[in-house]
Design a protein around this ligand. Sequence first.
Ligand SMILES: [Zn+2]
Ligand SMILES: [Zn+2]
Length: 329
Amino acid sequence: MTLDCCSRLGFINALAVTAYGAAAVAPALAANPAPSVASRTRVVLLGTAGGPSLRPGRSSPAAAVVVDGVPYVVDCGYGVGRQLVDAHISPTAIRAIFLTHHHSDHNADLGNLLVLGWATGGKTPVDVYGPVETAPESVVTTSVGKLIDLALQYHGYDIAVRIPDEGRVDPRPLFVPHDVGSAGAVYRDERVSIEAAVVHHPPVSPAMAYKFRTPDRVVVFSGDTTYSESLIAFARGADLLVHEVLLTSALDRLLRLVPNATRLREHIVAAHTDAEDVGRVAAAAGVKRLALTHFVPSYDPTLTDDDWIAPVRRHFGGEIVAGHDLLEI
Ligand SMILES: [Zn+2]
Ligand SMILES: [Zn+2]
Protein backbone atom coordinates (compact mmCIF):
# COMPACT_ATOMS: atom_id res chain seq x y z
CA MET A 1 0.00 0.00 0.00
CA THR A 2 1.38 3.40 -0.99
CA LEU A 3 -0.02 6.39 0.87
CA ASP A 4 1.05 10.01 0.88
CA CYS A 5 1.31 11.87 4.19
CA CYS A 6 -2.29 13.14 4.26
CA SER A 7 -3.62 9.80 3.09
CA ARG A 8 -1.67 8.05 5.80
CA LEU A 9 -3.28 10.17 8.51
CA GLY A 10 -6.65 9.78 6.83
CA PHE A 11 -6.12 6.05 6.78
CA ILE A 12 -5.29 6.03 10.49
CA ASN A 13 -8.37 8.09 11.31
CA ALA A 14 -10.61 5.88 9.20
CA LEU A 15 -9.06 2.89 10.91
CA ALA A 16 -9.81 4.41 14.30
CA VAL A 17 -13.47 4.90 13.46
CA THR A 18 -13.60 1.31 12.26
CA ALA A 19 -11.77 0.00 15.30
CA TYR A 20 -13.95 1.81 17.81
CA GLY A 21 -17.21 1.69 15.88
CA ALA A 22 -18.97 4.50 14.08
CA ALA A 23 -21.61 4.66 16.81
CA ALA A 24 -19.09 5.37 19.55
CA VAL A 25 -19.83 8.50 21.54
CA ALA A 26 -17.78 11.48 20.38
CA PRO A 27 -15.81 13.39 22.99
CA ALA A 28 -17.80 16.28 24.38
CA LEU A 29 -17.12 19.61 22.70
CA ALA A 30 -15.92 22.45 24.85
CA ALA A 31 -18.57 25.02 25.58
CA ASN A 32 -18.58 28.07 23.33
CA PRO A 33 -16.13 30.54 24.78
CA ALA A 34 -17.30 33.83 26.17
CA PRO A 35 -15.28 36.83 25.02
CA SER A 36 -12.49 37.66 27.45
CA VAL A 37 -12.67 41.13 28.94
CA ALA A 38 -9.31 40.88 30.69
CA SER A 39 -7.14 40.30 27.65
CA ARG A 40 -6.78 42.27 24.43
CA THR A 41 -5.78 39.01 22.72
CA ARG A 42 -8.01 35.95 22.47
CA VAL A 43 -6.73 32.65 21.08
CA VAL A 44 -9.44 30.19 20.05
CA LEU A 45 -8.80 26.67 18.80
CA LEU A 46 -11.32 26.15 16.00
CA GLY A 47 -10.32 22.64 14.90
CA THR A 48 -7.97 20.25 16.68
CA ALA A 49 -7.95 17.01 14.63
CA GLY A 50 -4.80 15.95 12.82
CA GLY A 51 -5.20 14.68 9.26
CA PRO A 52 -7.74 15.18 6.49
CA SER A 53 -10.36 12.54 7.19
CA LEU A 54 -13.71 13.54 8.69
CA ARG A 55 -14.49 12.08 12.07
CA PRO A 56 -16.61 12.77 15.14
CA GLY A 57 -15.57 15.09 17.93
CA ARG A 58 -12.92 17.30 16.35
CA SER A 59 -12.92 19.60 13.33
CA SER A 60 -9.96 20.04 10.95
CA PRO A 61 -7.02 22.25 11.93
CA ALA A 62 -7.66 25.97 12.33
CA ALA A 63 -7.25 28.61 15.02
CA ALA A 64 -8.12 32.26 15.50
CA VAL A 65 -6.17 35.03 17.17
CA VAL A 66 -8.49 37.93 17.92
CA VAL A 67 -6.73 41.19 18.81
CA ASP A 68 -8.88 44.08 20.03
CA GLY A 69 -11.82 42.37 18.33
CA VAL A 70 -10.12 41.85 14.95
CA PRO A 71 -9.67 38.18 13.92
CA TYR A 72 -6.62 36.62 12.27
CA VAL A 73 -6.87 32.96 11.21
CA VAL A 74 -4.17 30.28 11.18
CA ASP A 75 -4.97 27.41 8.78
CA CYS A 76 -8.29 26.72 7.09
CA GLY A 77 -9.21 23.07 7.51
CA TYR A 78 -12.65 21.85 6.53
CA GLY A 79 -15.34 23.54 8.61
CA VAL A 80 -13.34 26.63 9.60
CA GLY A 81 -16.18 29.01 8.71
CA ARG A 82 -18.73 27.09 10.79
CA GLN A 83 -16.28 26.89 13.69
CA LEU A 84 -15.66 30.66 13.56
CA VAL A 85 -19.39 31.35 13.71
CA ASP A 86 -19.81 28.93 16.61
CA ALA A 87 -16.96 30.74 18.40
CA HIS A 88 -18.83 34.03 17.89
CA ILE A 89 -16.10 35.34 15.58
CA SER A 90 -17.44 37.00 12.43
CA PRO A 91 -15.96 35.71 9.14
CA THR A 92 -16.67 39.14 7.68
CA ALA A 93 -14.20 40.74 10.09
CA ILE A 94 -11.14 38.59 9.24
CA ARG A 95 -8.13 40.81 8.54
CA ALA A 96 -5.59 38.17 7.47
CA ILE A 97 -5.14 34.42 7.07
CA PHE A 98 -1.91 32.43 7.49
CA LEU A 99 -1.56 28.90 6.09
CA THR A 100 1.21 26.78 7.57
CA HIS A 101 1.35 24.42 4.55
CA HIS A 102 -0.79 22.86 1.85
CA HIS A 103 -1.87 19.49 3.21
CA SER A 104 -5.64 19.49 2.72
CA ASP A 105 -6.37 19.35 6.45
CA HIS A 106 -4.88 22.88 6.55
CA ASN A 107 -6.17 24.50 3.35
CA ALA A 108 -9.38 22.71 2.26
CA ASP A 109 -11.70 25.56 3.22
CA LEU A 110 -9.56 28.61 2.39
CA GLY A 111 -11.62 29.46 -0.70
CA ASN A 112 -14.92 28.70 0.98
CA LEU A 113 -14.04 30.89 3.97
CA LEU A 114 -13.11 33.81 1.72
CA VAL A 115 -16.09 33.58 -0.64
CA LEU A 116 -18.69 32.72 2.01
CA GLY A 117 -17.28 35.48 4.23
CA TRP A 118 -17.90 37.86 1.32
CA ALA A 119 -21.40 36.40 0.80
CA THR A 120 -22.05 36.99 4.52
CA GLY A 121 -21.31 40.68 4.02
CA GLY A 122 -17.52 40.98 3.96
CA LYS A 123 -16.43 44.14 2.14
CA THR A 124 -12.85 44.68 3.30
CA PRO A 125 -9.57 43.18 2.02
CA VAL A 126 -8.26 39.92 3.47
CA ASP A 127 -4.52 39.31 3.15
CA VAL A 128 -3.67 35.63 2.77
CA TYR A 129 -0.19 34.27 3.46
CA GLY A 130 1.23 30.81 2.79
CA PRO A 131 4.11 28.91 1.23
CA VAL A 132 4.62 27.89 -2.41
CA GLU A 133 5.03 24.11 -2.48
CA THR A 134 5.77 21.52 -5.16
CA ALA A 135 4.79 17.89 -4.65
CA PRO A 136 7.80 15.51 -4.54
CA GLU A 137 8.62 13.82 -7.85
CA SER A 138 5.95 15.95 -9.52
CA VAL A 139 5.33 19.25 -11.28
CA VAL A 140 2.22 19.95 -9.20
CA THR A 141 2.71 23.24 -7.40
CA THR A 142 0.38 25.23 -5.21
CA SER A 143 0.25 28.58 -3.46
CA VAL A 144 -2.37 30.77 -1.82
CA GLY A 145 -2.62 32.77 -5.07
CA LYS A 146 -3.47 29.64 -7.01
CA LEU A 147 -6.03 28.54 -4.41
CA ILE A 148 -7.70 31.97 -4.45
CA ASP A 149 -7.90 31.95 -8.28
CA LEU A 150 -9.43 28.48 -8.21
CA ALA A 151 -11.92 29.50 -5.51
CA LEU A 152 -13.01 32.49 -7.57
CA GLN A 153 -13.50 30.14 -10.55
CA TYR A 154 -15.32 27.52 -8.45
CA HIS A 155 -17.71 30.13 -7.06
CA GLY A 156 -17.72 32.24 -10.24
CA TYR A 157 -21.39 31.69 -10.99
CA ASP A 158 -22.47 32.59 -7.44
CA ILE A 159 -20.30 35.70 -7.48
CA ALA A 160 -21.63 36.80 -10.87
CA VAL A 161 -25.23 36.34 -9.67
CA ARG A 162 -24.86 38.07 -6.32
CA ILE A 163 -23.01 41.22 -7.40
CA PRO A 164 -25.94 42.64 -9.43
CA ASP A 165 -28.70 40.79 -7.59
CA GLU A 166 -27.67 41.81 -4.08
CA GLY A 167 -25.65 44.95 -4.84
CA ARG A 168 -22.43 43.45 -3.48
CA VAL A 169 -18.89 44.68 -4.10
CA ASP A 170 -16.70 42.67 -6.47
CA PRO A 171 -14.80 40.23 -4.21
CA ARG A 172 -11.85 39.68 -6.56
CA PRO A 173 -9.76 42.62 -5.36
CA LEU A 174 -10.49 41.76 -1.72
CA PHE A 175 -8.55 38.47 -1.51
CA VAL A 176 -4.87 39.40 -1.57
CA PRO A 177 -2.31 36.56 -1.78
CA HIS A 178 1.23 36.71 -0.39
CA ASP A 179 3.90 34.00 -0.68
CA VAL A 180 5.86 33.02 2.44
CA GLY A 181 8.93 30.89 1.92
CA SER A 182 11.53 31.72 4.52
CA ALA A 183 11.98 32.75 8.12
CA GLY A 184 11.36 36.37 9.08
CA ALA A 185 8.78 39.13 9.26
CA VAL A 186 5.53 38.40 7.42
CA TYR A 187 2.88 40.92 8.44
CA ARG A 188 2.41 43.99 10.62
CA ASP A 189 -0.43 46.36 11.41
CA GLU A 190 -1.39 48.55 14.37
CA ARG A 191 -2.50 45.53 16.44
CA VAL A 192 -0.10 42.71 15.65
CA SER A 193 3.21 41.74 14.07
CA ILE A 194 3.70 38.25 12.70
CA GLU A 195 6.86 36.30 11.91
CA ALA A 196 7.41 32.93 10.24
CA ALA A 197 9.88 30.11 10.83
CA VAL A 198 10.54 27.08 8.65
CA VAL A 199 9.81 23.77 10.39
CA HIS A 200 10.37 20.16 9.28
CA HIS A 201 7.34 18.28 7.91
CA PRO A 202 8.54 15.88 5.21
CA PRO A 203 7.75 15.47 2.41
CA VAL A 204 6.10 18.92 2.49
CA SER A 205 8.50 21.84 2.10
CA PRO A 206 8.59 24.55 3.16
CA ALA A 207 6.23 24.15 6.14
CA MET A 208 5.83 27.21 8.31
CA ALA A 209 5.33 28.11 11.98
CA TYR A 210 3.94 31.54 12.87
CA LYS A 211 4.53 33.86 15.82
CA PHE A 212 2.02 36.58 16.79
CA ARG A 213 3.21 39.55 18.86
CA THR A 214 0.22 41.52 20.16
CA PRO A 215 0.01 44.28 22.79
CA ASP A 216 -0.27 41.70 25.59
CA ARG A 217 0.84 38.26 24.34
CA VAL A 218 3.35 36.35 22.24
CA VAL A 219 1.71 33.28 20.69
CA VAL A 220 3.47 30.68 18.52
CA PHE A 221 1.78 28.08 16.28
CA SER A 222 4.01 25.14 15.39
CA GLY A 223 2.08 24.04 12.31
CA ASP A 224 2.85 20.43 11.38
CA THR A 225 6.40 19.49 12.28
CA THR A 226 8.74 16.93 13.71
CA TYR A 227 10.90 17.88 16.70
CA SER A 228 12.33 21.18 15.51
CA GLU A 229 15.34 23.09 16.81
CA SER A 230 14.30 26.06 14.68
CA LEU A 231 10.91 26.04 16.39
CA ILE A 232 12.57 25.97 19.83
CA ALA A 233 14.55 29.09 18.98
CA PHE A 234 11.52 30.72 17.38
CA ALA A 235 9.24 30.08 20.40
CA ARG A 236 11.79 31.10 23.05
CA GLY A 237 9.97 32.72 26.01
CA ALA A 238 6.55 32.80 24.31
CA ASP A 239 3.45 33.25 26.47
CA LEU A 240 1.72 30.42 24.60
CA LEU A 241 2.95 27.68 22.27
CA VAL A 242 0.23 25.88 20.29
CA HIS A 243 1.91 22.64 19.19
CA GLU A 244 0.80 19.60 17.23
CA VAL A 245 0.96 16.24 19.02
CA LEU A 246 1.31 12.58 18.09
CA LEU A 247 0.63 9.88 20.69
CA THR A 248 2.81 7.12 19.32
CA SER A 249 1.56 4.54 21.83
CA ALA A 250 -2.06 5.06 20.68
CA LEU A 251 -0.93 4.96 17.06
CA ASP A 252 0.77 1.65 17.70
CA ARG A 253 -2.44 0.25 19.20
CA LEU A 254 -4.29 1.09 15.98
CA LEU A 255 -1.50 -0.10 13.73
CA ARG A 256 -1.61 -3.59 15.20
CA LEU A 257 -4.66 -4.01 12.95
CA VAL A 258 -2.68 -3.11 9.80
CA PRO A 259 -0.54 -5.53 7.79
CA ASN A 260 2.17 -3.03 6.72
CA ALA A 261 2.22 -1.27 10.08
CA THR A 262 5.97 -0.76 10.30
CA ARG A 263 6.19 1.32 7.13
CA LEU A 264 3.07 3.33 7.97
CA ARG A 265 4.42 4.06 11.42
CA GLU A 266 7.78 5.21 10.06
CA HIS A 267 6.13 7.67 7.68
CA ILE A 268 3.83 9.23 10.31
CA VAL A 269 6.54 9.47 12.97
CA ALA A 270 8.87 11.13 10.42
CA ALA A 271 6.41 13.99 9.85
CA HIS A 272 5.01 14.72 13.33
CA THR A 273 6.07 15.25 16.96
CA ASP A 274 5.60 12.59 19.63
CA ALA A 275 4.03 13.86 22.86
CA GLU A 276 7.26 13.41 24.85
CA ASP A 277 9.14 15.52 22.29
CA VAL A 278 6.44 18.20 22.47
CA GLY A 279 7.28 18.46 26.18
CA ARG A 280 10.99 18.66 25.36
CA VAL A 281 10.36 21.45 22.82
CA ALA A 282 8.24 23.48 25.28
CA ALA A 283 10.84 23.06 28.04
CA ALA A 284 13.78 23.97 25.80
CA ALA A 285 11.92 27.02 24.51
CA GLY A 286 10.93 28.08 28.05
CA VAL A 287 7.36 28.90 27.05
CA LYS A 288 4.87 29.85 29.77
CA ARG A 289 1.91 27.77 28.51
CA LEU A 290 1.59 24.91 26.06
CA ALA A 291 -1.60 23.97 24.20
CA LEU A 292 -1.82 20.65 22.37
CA THR A 293 -3.62 20.50 19.04
CA HIS A 294 -3.63 18.53 15.74
CA PHE A 295 -4.13 15.28 17.65
CA VAL A 296 -2.87 12.10 15.94
CA PRO A 297 -4.66 9.79 16.14
CA SER A 298 -7.51 12.27 15.96
CA TYR A 299 -10.25 9.85 16.88
CA ASP A 300 -9.78 7.47 19.79
CA PRO A 301 -12.60 7.76 22.33
CA THR A 302 -10.64 5.71 24.86
CA LEU A 303 -8.12 8.56 25.31
CA THR A 304 -8.62 11.21 27.99
CA ASP A 305 -6.99 14.64 28.19
CA ASP A 306 -4.67 13.22 30.85
CA ASP A 307 -3.51 10.49 28.44
CA TRP A 308 -2.26 13.21 26.08
CA ILE A 309 -0.84 15.45 28.79
CA ALA A 310 1.02 12.82 30.87
CA PRO A 311 3.87 12.11 28.40
CA VAL A 312 4.30 15.85 27.79
CA ARG A 313 4.43 16.49 31.55
CA ARG A 314 7.48 14.22 31.93
CA HIS A 315 9.55 16.94 30.26
CA PHE A 316 7.67 20.25 30.70
CA GLY A 317 6.74 21.75 34.08
CA GLY A 318 4.64 24.66 32.82
CA GLU A 319 0.92 24.79 32.20
CA ILE A 320 -0.33 22.27 29.62
CA VAL A 321 -3.74 22.49 27.96
CA ALA A 322 -5.17 19.58 25.96
CA GLY A 323 -6.95 21.41 23.17
CA HIS A 324 -10.57 20.93 22.16
CA ASP A 325 -12.55 22.57 19.39
CA LEU A 326 -13.78 26.06 20.35
CA LEU A 327 -11.61 26.18 23.44
CA GLU A 328 -10.30 29.67 24.22
CA ILE A 329 -6.79 29.65 25.66
ZN1 LIG B 1 -1.94 18.32 9.37
ZN1 LIG C 1 0.68 18.28 7.28
